[in-house]
Design a protein around this ligand. Sequence first.
Ligand SMILES: Nc1ncnc2c1ncn2[C@@H]1O[C@H](COP(=O)(O)OP(=O)(O)O)[C@@H](O)[C@H]1O
Ligand SMILES: [Mg+2]
Length: 328
Amino acid sequence: MNAVSITDTVVTHLVERGLISDDTDVTISALTGGVSNEVLAVTGPGVDLVVKRALGQLRTSELWEADTARLLTEGRALRAARAIHPKSAPAVVDLTPQFLVIERAPIQWKTWKEALLDGVIDVGVAARLGEFLATLQRDSASGAIPTTDFSSRLAFEQLRVDPFHRQIAERHPDLRPVIDQTIDVMASSKSCLVHGDYTPKNIMVGESPDDVWVIDWEVAHVGDPTFDPAWIIGHLLLKSVHRPEMARAYCNAAATFVDSHSGVDDAPNLDHDQLIRQLGCLLLARVDGRSPVEYLSRPAQHVVRQLGREVLQTPPDTILDIWKALHD
Ligand SMILES: Nc1ncnc2c1ncn2[C@@H]1O[C@H](COP(=O)(O)OP(=O)(O)O)[C@@H](O)[C@H]1O
Ligand SMILES: [Mg+2]
């Protein structure tokens, strides 16, 4: 569908849903993001929204399809997140199977990825993310937050396990046993709500320490508690390879994240071996999976590939040991 028709479709939809009127003068612009959704900012007098629609076929050169029902999952998960912490995510303004309409962040907010790549490494954000995640895990595991809406893993399998874990097992056949073990442990873990894409690009941050939103919940599901921590830590490692001069600061952010996660009362214990395996898989997936990160140079990709292989072959005792290995 071209840009003009999506604009018309969104305006018609917003009018039908009573969110704007026929004569509201709105501006619609595409927001940059991933490959799996149309994400549009809709602004005008008294209107400041983001509208999201899930694509059945992703914008990738290889054919990649995914169930569009994930949009409903995302809306419901955003509501669950706000039930845990009202400032943790944008408000859901409207939800239908076609469109998710959410509150838009103030214009000066950025993704944490942008800040991190700019060398602005706020450990306060890492602390918030650890604390929020542990609370989400604890409260979903205990039943304080209902999880029946998140029992399907279809979108997670299509958008994460197939393109990342299964693809790297094909590219690194010697590592297949340990990657398969990671997949098996993940499949049998159904203890808590998992975001499934808990990475800096899905965190929006503002000026105040309170301004931290977790967005993009389309693959949320009940699953493995090590998955989300592995992704935050893994992305800080990727940035350490990309900007080695800042590695110490990225490492501090990872340590702060881990400490604040374990500091929450009754935080779930994370299976250390599975956390390390997930980290190794994440590193390999971001260079050899279906959608590699765009900012790594060829030499940096090589470093990440070697590091991912090493983590899976010779698991380190602690996460911080992985940073030490970077300097060896
Ligand atoms: N509520 C929001 N307010 C402001 N910007 C947003 C909001 N939601 C998403 N964005 C911007 O749009 C980008 C893509 O949105 P996201 O929900 O992550 O979809 P995807 O990554 O699947 O395309 C985000 O990285 C962010 O820059
Ligand atoms: Mg995203």
